[in-house]
Design a protein around this ligand. Sequence first.
Ligand code: 6GU
Length: 241
Amino acid sequence: PAMRLDAVTILPEYFEPLRLSLIGRAVESGLLELHVHDLREYTHDRHRTVDDTPYGGGAGMVMKPEPWGEALDALLADLGSREDRPVLVVPTPSGRPFTQAEAADLASHPSMAFACGRYEGIDRRVLDWAGGLFDVRELSLGDYVLNGGEVAALAMIEAVVRLVPGVIGNPDSLVEESYSDADDPLLEYPVYTKPASWRGLEVPPVLLSGDHGRVGAWRAERSLEITRARRPDLLGRPAAE
Ligand code: 6GU
């Protein structure tokens, strides 16, 4: 297979959407190998306990280290020697930003695993220990809080996997999109299709002109205008609060 994906989670059902659509087809065809592991399979008590109260006090619960240790031991054994230090992504709002460049880098690895925490997070010693065996990357989707790493992992997986050759039908559609050119990150220009007139709204006439030069110039202007309005930070200007 071109790429192996592993996810460790207490909510394996969250990863079912990866069996749909383009990514689902890649999994079915063997282009992607998907392994979802239930963290509770690595507990040994009757209640399959994965969390406990935080040392030092405070609100919420912390994920216990022992099930994580055993789950990651089993993962390493299963990965064998396909990579010297396999990538372990830990989705967390306190991570560094997940970007298109990060997605492209991840897509260049033969495997990647996701450690999805819930509650207030995973006991720090798990990630400190794992750092010796994995290339641990704590990554955040943005400045907002999700209930757990699963939904973030899904977004990251989709961003990575669509860059794997063969997963997307038309590779041309990858090169023009927002953020794909790291030196010139602009937001996309607006797009239109038939009919040329719809509910009294017209397609910009330049797009019907057949003049590729003028079309290109118009699109570049729109990209710049939209980027200035929505993401001035991408143009080196302070972001509007
Ligand atoms: Cl990666 N995880 C969680 N739990 N919340 C987030 C996030 C990640 N990125 C933004 N919010």
